[in-house]
Design a protein around this ligand. Structure first.
Ligand code: GRF
Length: 190
């Protein structure tokens, strides 16, 4: 089968509310990509993202054990991992098993405002403090360098009228919800 018809079996890794997971679920339903979300993995048992998955009858796993996660990935024949608000660093064995098959959504225009410790509201506080006129989101490959993998897709947004970091976060989150599914589509068509 040529790559043009490539469809992945996706595991989405989450830690929080899961608005990016929800955007992917909605995009899959509207056939914005051919791939299928078959597993949601969380390190956090109370992540609301797990409720979102259960509502869609998607299998879930709560675990911080790399071997347990790997066996669930294998038993679900997962061939693409999407980190969507996942706050843990992905273990070395998963990184090598899924080389060039793990992507992440980061809430800034990488390489700016990325790297260790730059996640969640901290990113937007730094952007606001620097009086940036624009911010945005980036979908990139995951490697052993935090937020250092090649960029797949990136989209900017004007934030010149934002009054605080939370307003920036809301504006960037809307961009994240758009481009994560675009990133999957790009991988399907490579
Ligand atoms: C968001 O701030 C996003 O930028 C980052 O993780 C956070 C959680 O988002 N990737 P979600 O609502 O759990 O998808």
């Amino acid at each position: 089968m040529s790559n043009r018809l490539k469809a992945y079996r996706i595991a989405v890794f989450v830690s929080g509310g899961g608005s990016n997971l929800q955007a992917l679920i909605d995009a899959q339903k509207s056939s914005r990509f051919r791939s299928e979300i078959v597993l949601v993995v969380s390190d956090n048992p109370s992540a609301y993202a797990l409720e979102r998955a259960k509502k869609e009858k998607i299998e879930t796993l709560v675990s911080r054990n790399e071997q347990e996660i790997i066996s669930f990935l294998r038993s679900n024949q997962v061939d693409l991992i999407v980190l969507a608000g996942y706050l843990k660093v992905v273990g070395g064995e998963i990184l090598s098993l899924y080389s060039q098959r793990i992507i992440n959504i980061h809430p800034s225009l990488l390489p700016q405002y990325g790297g260790m410790g730059m996640y969640g509201i901290r990113v937007h506080e730094a952007v606001f403090a620097a009086k940036e006129k624009q911010s945005g989101a980036t979908v990139h490959y995951v490697t052993s360098v935090v937020d250092g993998g090649d960029i797949i897709v990136q989209k900017a947004v004007d934030i010149s009228n934002c009054q605080n970091a939370v307003e920036i976060q809301q504006r960037v989150l809307a961009i994240e919800h758009q481009i994560l599914s675009e990133g999957i589509k790009i991988l399907e068509d490579i």
